[in-house]
Design a protein around this ligand. Structure first.
Ligand SMILES: [Ca+2]
Ligand SMILES: [Ca+2]
Ligand SMILES: [Ca+2]
Ligand SMILES: [Ca+2]
Length: 394
């Protein structure tokens, strides 16, 4: 009796294991039996994925649609056309999620369009206009003017607005000059830069960015004005140079929009003023209500900190001041050479990012040409968090 039962069990075992009964089925002839084959039809798509993608796992003629060939089928792909912009984001903004030629590029990459303004790091020039190229002789902060700064990637600018002299104080007399008002000599006595030309050039370069691009392309620019002229004079300046058309207005306390939305809406310039104006000039954001900075102009790099200098440190937008002063209080090219150096500046920025638990919106330097401020921000923008692995030197 025992032996008979054993034979029966062995026979059942053979049947269940498939060695008796069904013949060996192998649809794609890859030597793996269909029961065991994760891709039965051998079309390169796993059975289970084909089912999820509404495609037949037993038909080599039928593969899931995959517009961007990233091996995620269209049904499951949150970015069907592979332009780095999610389908929903595109649809909400009137872009075609099935067409990677219908896209937008921000600061060189589509994915940066998704970043909010306060989650990006912009290289910034301190006293951007005070350059030898602009003919500034005393109190020079850089060698090269706006065109070179723009071409080099600088996208935030600190400027000082004064009237031409104590007698010439009309709106047309606004100039970018560097010095202390109310003292002798007048800040514009030795050198002055025409802000009407300067801002018109900025406006035309911003327009060219889009015109030279086969898609919709844009860059967001920020201007911090140390302002010694009335609001209506500054308004006259921004009006005449066409910048006013593109100024973004931020309501205090509101989250900042995405860079892509600012560009799509044509509101891609943010203006801050150091001395607050009347509230009716809502596009002249009081700098120290909407942002903050770290202390600046120390004499030694050991004295640089990530602490609050001016402003409201609960604001997400902030300037990392990264320039040192000479013993005379002026910009110092030798010290700039030290603190603009790639490793030093990158490490300092990441350290402050960690301490303040938020990336710096701006990293501001003197002598931007010396060292690698724009490479540092390229690296920083590739990072999502301060503790990410540091990408390779650009
Ligand atoms: Ca398959
Ligand atoms: Ca895909
Ligand atoms: Ca897309
Ligand atoms: Ca698209």
């Amino acid at each position: 009796m025992g032996k008979q039962w054993l034979v029966v069990l062995i026979v059942i075992g053979f049947i269940l294991s498939g060695c008796i009964g069904d013949e060996f089925l192998d649809m794609d002839n890859d030597g793996i039996e269909d029961n065991e084959d994760l891709d039965r039809d051998g079309d390169g798509w796993m059975n289970i994925i084909e089912i999820d993608c509404s495609s037949d796992p037993d038909n080599i003629e039928e593969k899931p649609n995959d517009l961007d060939n990233d091996t995620i089928c269209d049904t499951l792909d949150e970015d069907i056309d592979g332009d780095e912009l999610p389908n929903d984001w595109e649809v909400e903004r009137g872009l075609d999620p099935m067409d990677n030629n219908d896209t937008i590029i921000c600061h060189g990459l589509s994915k940066y369009c998704l970043r909010s303004y306060d989650d990006f790091t912009f290289p910034e020039t301190h006293n951007a206009f005070a350059t030898s190229e602009d003919g500034v002789i005393l109190g020079t902060n850089h060698y090269t003017g706006l065109q070179a700064q723009w071409d080099g990637g600088v996208r935030a600018f600190m400027v000082d607005a004064h009237h031409l002299s104590d007698e010439e104080t009309e709106a047309e007399d606004v100039r970018f000059c560097h010095g202390s008002p109310g003292q002798f000599p007048h800040p514009c006595m030795y050198s002055e830069v025409d802000p009407f030309e300067w801002l018109s050039l900025l406006n035309s370069m911003m327009n060219l960015t889009d015109e030279n691009c086969s898609f919709k392309c844009g860059e967001v620019v920020s201007i911090l004005v140390e302002n010694y002229v009335p609001a209506e004079h500054l308004e006259f300046l921004f009006n005449r140079t066409g910048i006013i058309e593109r100024v973004f207005i931020h309501q205090l306390g509101d989250p900042w929009p995405s860079i892509g939305d600012m560009i799509l809406q044509g509101k891609d310039v943010v203006i801050y003023v150091q001395s607050e104006y009347n509230e009716s000039y809502s596009y002249f954001h009081p700098a120290w209500k909407h942002s903050w900075d770290t202390p600046y102009g120390q004499q030694d790099k050991e004295e640089m900190t990530c602490e609050l200098g001016r402003g409201d440190s609960s604001q997400s937008v902030w300037h990392l001041s990264n320039w040192l002063s000479s013993m005379f209080g002026t910009a110092d090219p030798y010290k700039a050479h030290e603190v603009n150096e790639y490793e030093f500046l990158l490490n300092r920025t990441i350290e402050c990012w960690e301490i303040m638990d938020r990336r710096p919106t701006f990293v501001a330097v003197d002598y931007w040409e010396d060292g690698e401020i724009t490479n540092v921000t390229i690296t920083l923008n590739k990072m999502e968090n301060w503790d990410d692995e540091i990408p390779a030197h650009p």
